[in-house]
Write a protein that binds this ligand. Structure first.
Ligand code: UDP
Length: 341
């Protein structure tokens, strides 16, 4: 039986991964560590499984004497406005978070890290294979995120090389879908929340910059397959994304059309906004040939819109997420307390 720790488990991607981990019968305990900076307690509120334990803490200062068979490091903001606002905290969560989590890994345990396609910066080759070194400005406004992902990769791959650490690193490409914060600020969720709240859709720059938008179910399915695979000779970072590249303006127009023609307005580009981004999936196809993105961008954006429509609907006040004792809840989640670990 495995004891598992998920740092950032109340976040967008982390909470979807918790759902998947709890489907595994060999997981005896799942400890989520999250400071609820960009994560939300609501993202875990549907889970009634007594194996889940929630600890509210910064990952880098987590206090526990427990150790774990598998550790997942998802603790980082991923949206440019959020990480640009708090660069020191972003670097700390990624890099110092990894240092702290490494202390908690059992000997022979596996360390899984969500890096980012941002390690490629503003790429000069397309699509980007994992071997592409990227074009990143280490003094630029995106550097707290880009470089802390790169440095954490460096830490992990060097421990793999020098100590044989069992490391799995994924590089997701523009993941979107249900459980994105309404105030997240990234393109798909911004366009949808703007359209649903009667505002114009804001396209930055001319909108001709492109991304490869990956629906969260497809992305986390790819993560789970790679993270949990025992028989593989692949040791490097793995691109996980949808390789259909679509311009930002096309996404804006599509959201607008779904909402009956919401106006689109153009605003200045954020600094050093990458012009393009598309994964080379050769390695992903080699490592997990049975995996591919199944949800088209049209379907994924429509599903995300439905989720936000329900999310933004005014509701009667309800007992808050974590720690709330609903009558159907067999056992309340343990809230804090490293005594519970
Ligand atoms: N973007 C936009 N309007 C918004 C939010 C984002 O035009 O309200 C653009 C942004 O400038 C970028 C693209 O959408 O070119 C993707 O931005 P996002 O923040 O989603 O992800 P990232 O820049 O990290 O790829």
């Amino acid at each position: 039986m495995k004891r598992v720790l998920v740092a950032g488990g109340a976040g967008f991607i982390g909470s979807h991964m918790c759902d998947k981990l709890l489907l595994r019968k060999d997981v005896s305990k799942l400890v989520v560590v999250d400071n609820l900076w960009t994560g939300r307690a609501e993202n875990l509120a549907h889970i009634k499984d007594p194996r889940l334990h929630f600890v509210r803490s910064d990952v880098e200062t987590l206090q526990t004497s427990d150790t774990f068979d598998e550790i997942y490091h998802f603790a980082s903001p991923a949206s440019p406005p959020w990480y640009m606002k708090e660069p020191k905290r972003t670097i700390s969560a990624n890099l110092l978070g990894a240092f702290r989590l490494l202390d908690l890994l059992k000997k022979g345990g596996r360390f899984c890290f969500t890096s980012s396609s941002e390690v490629y910066g503003d790429p000069l080759v397309s699509p980007q294979p994992e071997s592409y070194k990227g074009q990143v400005d280490c003094t630029g406004p995106r550097s707290s995120y880009d470089e802390s992902k790169r440095c954490t990769e460096s830490l992990l791959f060097e421990l793999q090389r020098t100590q044989g650490l069992d490391v799995r690193v994924v590089r997701p490409f523009n993941c979107y879908g249900p459980r994105t914060r309404p105030d997240d600020g990234r393109a798909v969720s911004n366009f949808i929340t703007q359209a649903l709240t009667g505002r114009s859709i804001t396209v930055f720059g001319d909108g001709l910059q492109s991304r490869s938008w990956g629906y969260v179910d497809d992305i986390t399915e790819g993560f789970a397959r790679y993270f949990w695979m025992n028989e593989t000779d692949y040791r490097g970072p793995l691109n996980v994304g949808n390789d259909r590249e679509i311009s930002v303006l096309d996404v804006a127009k599509y959201v607008s059309s779904l909402m009956g023609g919401v106006p689109i307005v153009f605003k200045p580009s954020p600094p050093q906004d990458p012009t393009n981004r598309r994964p080379d999936l050769t390695n992903a196809k080699y490592v997990m040939p049975e995996w591919s993105c199944k949800v088209s961008y049209e379907e994924g954006v429509a599903k995300t819109l439905d989720w936000f429509r329900a999310e933004l609907k005014p509701r009667a006040p309800k007992a808050s997420a974590i720690g709330a004792r609903s009558p159907r809840q067999r056992k309340p989640m343990q809230l804090s307390g490293f005594s519970s670990l």
